[in-house]
Design a protein around this ligand. Structure first.
Ligand SMILES: NC(=O)c1ccc[n+]([C@@H]2O[C@H](COP(=O)([O-])OP(=O)(O)OC[C@H]3O[C@@H](n4cnc5c(N)ncnc54)[C@H](OP(=O)(O)O)[C@@H]3O)[C@@H](O)[C@H]2O)c1
Length: 319
């Protein structure tokens, strides 16, 4: 099969289309003919040699795909349209995925667009709802609301009845955030999010993709009993935290990663995603936010575009 690998870590040009053996199927896995793969920030880190696949997973990028089941297995029928959450290896014509991480493709959604759903839906649902327990009428602050993760978080939280405030780096992206349903958009290059969030009584939950650079300001922006969930370290991993401020807010700081979770945990997250997110996709209340698609053979150009930060929503590779 054809696959995109980074034999030597580096920039986008490190990604090369290569010929690899088809994946060998382990017990409990489903073989999928890939239709499209989603690009995630973790793929960039992997390309740079900074975020390897977990042991046992293919050692090239790709955390989510859509496709058709290559041969009947684990209750899935041959040819059935599916999506899958992966620990790696999605930039390929074929992948083998643990059955618990494979879901029937959501009805009513184009199969290419569906490739951008598993990683973001699983990340947002597991962190905002299962871990931080965002409730209706509470306030969620989403950093980077026009990105892949952010656009899913805004839509899901709004459907849950929450108030959503979100940051983005340009007027155009702030506009996109409002179109996605956010109640307030904050241009992080021009405005102080702490002050603006405090005007709304603080955030009950913050979904953070920046890490160190926002740590103290995020804690300041929390409401009483607020929960800060750090899922990205784009602004560094070592920060300073005033525990006095955290205690005064009775606050909690979580840090999580989806990729290295056990098969059982991922299967439970995907069950919850199917139960709570799939119905919203089926009747059009939630739509995947797709920025651009590139053929698999142009993965390097797709990463160059992703690295530029100009994109909104998900960038996809089509097979
Ligand atoms: N822990 C996990 O399990 C997990 C799983 C998936 C993803 N993630 C993390 O989630 C993040 C988003 O991933 P993605 O694939 O959705 O990538 P993406 O689409 O490129 O999103 C990155 C986002 O970061 C925002 N951003 C950059 N600088 C910012 C700043 N100073 N303040 C606020 N926002 C800022 C960008 O906003 P602008 O474009 O408006 O500048 C953009 O929306 C990444 O850090 C990724 O590692 C974590």
């Amino acid at each position: 099969m054809k696959a995109v690998t980074a034999l030597v870590p580096g920039g986008p040009e490190a990604l090369q289309l290569t010929e690899l053996p088809d994946p060998s199927l382990k017990p409990g896995e489903v073989l999928i003919d890939v239709v499209a793969a989603g690009i995630n920030r973790a793929d960039v880190q992997q390309r740079r040699g900074l975020y390897p696949s977990p042991p046992g997973a293919p050692d090239f990028p790709g955390l989510e795909v859509s496709g058709r089941v290559a041969q009947a297995a684990q209750g899935f029928e041959e040819g059935q349209p599916v999506v899958a959450l992966l620990a790696g290896g999605g930039y390929a014509e074929r992948v083998a995925a643990p059955a618990g991480q494979v879901l029937p493709a959501p009805e009513g959604i184009d199969l290419i667009a569906a490739a951008g759903i598993p990683e973001v839906a699983a990340t947002v649902y597991s962190n905002v709802f299962m871990l931080a327990k965002l409730r209706a009428a509470q306030t969620l602050l989403v950093h980077g609301g026009a990105g892949g993760i952010g656009s899913m978080a805004i839509q899901l939280a709004k459907h849950h009845g929450a108030q959503v405030i979100s940051t983005a780096g340009s007027a155009e992206k702030c506009q996109r955030i409002l179109e996605l349903g956010a109640d307030q958009a904050i241009n992080y290059r021009e405005q102080d999010f702490v002050h603006l969030v405090q005007q709304h009584g603080g955030a009950d939950v913050i979904l953070d993709v920046m890490g160190a650079v926002y740590l103290s300001r995020n804690v300041e922006a929390l409401a009483l009993d607020g929960r800060l969930v750090v899922i990205g370290l784009q602004g560094g991993k070592t920060g300073e935290l005033d525990l006095g401020v955290l205690m005064a807010k009775r606050g909690a700081v979580f840090g999580t990663g989806l990729r290295y979770r056990s098969l059982e945990e991922k299967a439970e997250i995907m069950r919850q995603v199917q139960q709570h997110v799939w119905p919203l996709l089926a009747d059009g209340r939630l739509t995947p936010s797709i920025g651009k698609t590139f053929p698999l053979s142009e993965a390097a150009a797709a990463h160059e575009y992703f690295d530029s930060g100009e994109h909104q929503g998900k960038i996809l590779l089509t097979v």
